[in-house]
Write a protein that binds this ligand. Sequence first.
Ligand code: 13P
Ligand code: SF4
Length: 397
Amino acid sequence: MTAQPLDVQPTPLALLLLGRESDTSSERGVDCPGDLPAPSDPDLVERARAAKAKLGERVFVLGHHYQRDEVIEFADVTGDSFKLARDAAARPEAEYIVFCGVHFMAESADILTSAGQQVVLPDLAAGCSMADMATAEQVAECWDVLTEAGVADVTVPVSYMNSSADIKAFTGRHGGTICTSSNARRALEWAFGQKTAGAGGGKVLFLPDQHLGRNTAVRDMGMSLEDCVVYNPHKPNGGLTAQQLRDAKMILWRGHCSVHGRFSLDSVREVRDRVPGVNVLVHPECKHEVVAAADYVGSTEYIIRTLEEAPAGSKWAVGTELNLVRRLANRHADEGKEVVFLDRTVCFCSTMNRIDLPHLVWALESLADGRLVNRIQVDDETEKFAKLALERMLALP
Ligand code: 13P
Ligand code: SF4
């Protein structure tokens, strides 16, 4: 029997996964629209330097802590998502903000910068899987469920910075605030202070990271695990009864970080056996049992500061993104501080890692040649309400 030629056309999903088609509600699978230099090009560093020098003060390059070393080398400032958005806003003379981070961060920078500034994301496929776990339609549906259950009036949305501009705008429209991992407690305290009356007292709808919401409520604010319910957008009514919603204080969206969510209690036990005397330091995006078993918990900036202040001879197992942990291990090795990665099987944030030197060179050279590429622009209506929510965060005590 002769083999028949296969006449198989790729499905839309296959094209999306191959990076050939775009998903309009996220940035997954968007091909670079230009000619990228080859990763093996030996002149990449020189080309990035030359393009940056040609642009001079017109460009400001921001680098998130989770970016690759080869990219961080060209950042004018580094920081967490909140600090970078503020840094961008404090640079009104820069015509172009090149954001080496992920899409929601570039959106926040666009919202907080002036109309004359243009924000560029070197690779449009650098999205965030956590931010993609809450879409505007799903969140609107959730609000309808809360309204049906009679609790929307006493609920304040608090959205993590790691969310799309649409979700930030929803938050602003419904009287809520944005938070980061460094001010989540202050944001929750503020939110509970807004609504105290009604069925079951004030509530918070926390989007989209269930772990940061739960860890802040239980570990930092003394609530119980029973005070928290998880709203699953893939189930009818979020998988919750009206009574469960009425009884809850924290309604947690069922989202998580695909990097931090992989650290486990076993990782903590294994590192304590492997490195006697080790201090376990983790990000609050990790699961509750990991955070409960850790010695220190805090945001990216907190992790950096804690290691800076640590005494020589101390040992640390760090549960956050690998690019940052590797950089911190190298930085502190000479001071006699041992820094290891919490779990040897967890890998880099794949979307953060999409920004590499070829994409950065392509973006900088395009701008230097007068071509604006990969602009991230939030529409006016979304920007108005997202900014309101961001400004509430900036005004937190
Ligand atoms: P921060 O930048 O606020 O530390 O958040 C961690 C993170 O996962 C960013 O994507
Ligand atoms: Fe998103 Fe997690 Fe990657 Fe941060 S580390 S960009 S939260 S997937």
